[in-house]
Design a protein around this ligand. Structure first.
Ligand code: NAD
Length: 247
């Protein structure tokens, strides 16, 4: 039997990068997956590549409470239950020092990267509690340490880690495990489309392994946390960072 056979999962921001690699790993492990994203064309590409009807795509904004409720309803309506949720949708935000940080960018990053995870869990938990399961919140190495000119992102990701720990305590005896992961810098459109090569090389040099990570490497950890193989793991924050935090 495959690791996620008969399981139903949500992956937010699942049309690109890390989310897409997680969707692919979950499908390979036998799960049915509701993918949500703002990017409709990439979402439809994923659905078209799936030959067995095991993906449903919902265009949804993770910073909207109503959209998060819609995603959970889609899982139950299409596949009958919800066991796993990966709250992954996120953006980078402006690069500026705190005194000059654009307020609209601060609010947008907090809305998507932190409020979005809370809204997701708020609607996912009552449904997952019925059947038992696992939530994985995608934080970052920047959920553990600071980074200049990225205050909104760093604050949101630290918030995600705190939210994860609190919720794990609330649901520890309610059959839901809740963990956060902390990817190092990973080669995805978030990095590749926004940073020049020199900056990418500098970021690579900050990892013990002297390279950026691959989305599939983050998906492997996520799959383990989603599966029963991690049955005694909750409230944890797992870096998957090529040694970045070991410095
Ligand atoms: P990405 O840009 O490749 O993918 C993010 C996806 O989220 C995109 O498909 C985008 O359309 C979607 N999205 C953005 N805002 C959304 C919203 N409001 N509602 C729904 N979907 C939305 O980026 P990625 O690198 O794969 O990032 C995924 C997650 O991993 C993010 O939370 C990011 O902060 C985190 N992360 C990334 C890195 C990295 O180096 N790439 C490192 C640590 C953590």
């Amino acid at each position: 039997m495959k690791q996620l056979e008969n399981k139903v999962a949500i992956v937010t921001g699942g049309a690109s990068g890390i989310g897409k690699a997680i969707v692919e790993a979950f499908l390979k492990a036998g799960a049915k997956v509701v993918v949500s994203d703002l990017n409709e064309s990439l979402g439809h590409e994923l659905v078209n590549a799936d030959k067995d009807g095991r993906i449903v795509f919902i265009k949804a904004d993770s910073s909207s409470p109503e959209d998060n409720e819609k995603i959970v309803n889609a899982a139950v309506e299409n596949f009958g239950a919800l066991h796993i949720a990966v709250n992954n949708a996120g953006i980078g935000g402006a690069a500026a020092i705190v005194g000059e940080y654009p307020l609209d960018s601060w609010n947008k990053v907090i809305d998507i990267n932190l409020n979005g995870v809370f809204y997701g869990m708020h609607y996912q938990l009552p449904e997952i509690e019925k059947v038992g399961g696992s939530i994985i919140n995608v934080a970052s190495i920047l959920g553990a340490v600071g980074f200049a000119q990225s205050s909104a992102y760093v604050a949101a990701k630290h918030g995600v880690v705190g939210l994860t720990k609190s919720a794990a305590w609330e649901y520890g005896t309610r059959n839901v495990r809740i963990n956060a992961i902390g990817p190092g810098f990973i080669s995805t459109p978030l990095i590749n489309d926004h940073l020049d090569q020199g900056t990418q090389d500098y970021l690579a040099s900050q990892h013990a392994m002297q390279r950026l990570g691959r989305p599939e490497e983050v998906a492997e950890l996520t799959l383990w946390l989603a599966s029963d193989k991690s049955s005694f793991v909750t409230g944890s924050y797992y870096p998957v960072d090529g040694g970045y935090l070991a410095k």
